[in-house]
Design a protein around this ligand. Structure first.
Ligand SMILES: *[C@@H]1O[C@H](CO)[C@@H](O)[C@H](O)[C@H]1NC(C)=O
Length: 206
């Protein structure tokens, strides 16, 4: 079982992660620049058939069929830190191997609030704002990419500066406009502060 990192993986990923890639739980490259988050972000991808959702495990491997629909982040465990609103992103730091903070932007959501205690609330019932619509992973054949899920406290008056409008847009040529999104500069320009919680997975083919 060497290289399988079984302890970190949910049952669903066991077997998929045994491709011989070492260090599958290593922090993705952009987080090595931004700094390790103190908490793991609870994220799941909804599925249309049983088991109806797949939970992201740090460094785990997912299949394309797991990530068709937009990820859902549970920011409830983070809300004790103050702000009740969060900004959530999914990015690909492996599109630019020399500048890992120039990421591919797969989605950005603002005004995300904690789930209800009763568990009845679904992601769609929350008044979150989709800033950048979800684009599923499209790793080039023969490559595995990291996909990182990030949560930030949303600062007051958060908005998207005009110079980033082209990056968050959804256009007929998307995802080309989402490439080389300057994440670190965006964080500085919008006062997002440190990554509060993160999670990540790998997807691709050997
Ligand atoms: C990586 O990002 C840097 C900084 O924006 C850019 O100059 C370079 O062209 C990018 N590389 C690729 C392969 O896109």
């Amino acid at each position: 079982m060497r290289g399988c990192d079984v302890a970190l993986l949910g049952l669903i990923e066991v077997g998929l992660a045994c491709s011989g890639r070492a260090n599958s739980n290593t922090l993705p490259p952009e987080l090595q620049v931004l700094g390790a988050p103190s908490q793991t972000l609870d994220v799941k991808f909804p599925l249309s058939s049983p088991p109806y959702a797949v939970n992201v495990q740090p460094g785990g491997t997912l299949q394309a069929s797991d990530t068709v629909d937009a990820p859902e982040a549970d920011v409830g465990p983070l809300s004790k830190h103050g702000s009740n609103l969060f900004v959530f992103m999914m990015v690909d730091p492996d599109i630019n191997t020399t500048h890992p903070t120039y990421v591919g932007l797969h989605t950005m959501v603002a005004n995300l609030t904690p789930y209800n205690e009763n568990g009845a609330a679904s992601h769609s019932s929350h008044p979150f704002t989709t800033v950048a619509t979800y684009i599923a992973p499209e790793p080039p054949a023969g490559e595995f990419h990291d996909y990182t899920l990030l949560a930030f406290h949303q600062p007051p008056h958060f908005s998207i500066p005009a110079k980033y409008a082209s990056y968050v847009a959804t256009t007929p040529t998307s995802p080309l406009n989402r490439i080389n999104f300057p994440l670190q500069q965006f964080i500085a320009d919008t006062n997002l502060g440190p990554v509060v919680a993160a999670n990540w997975f790998k997807e691709g083919s050997a």
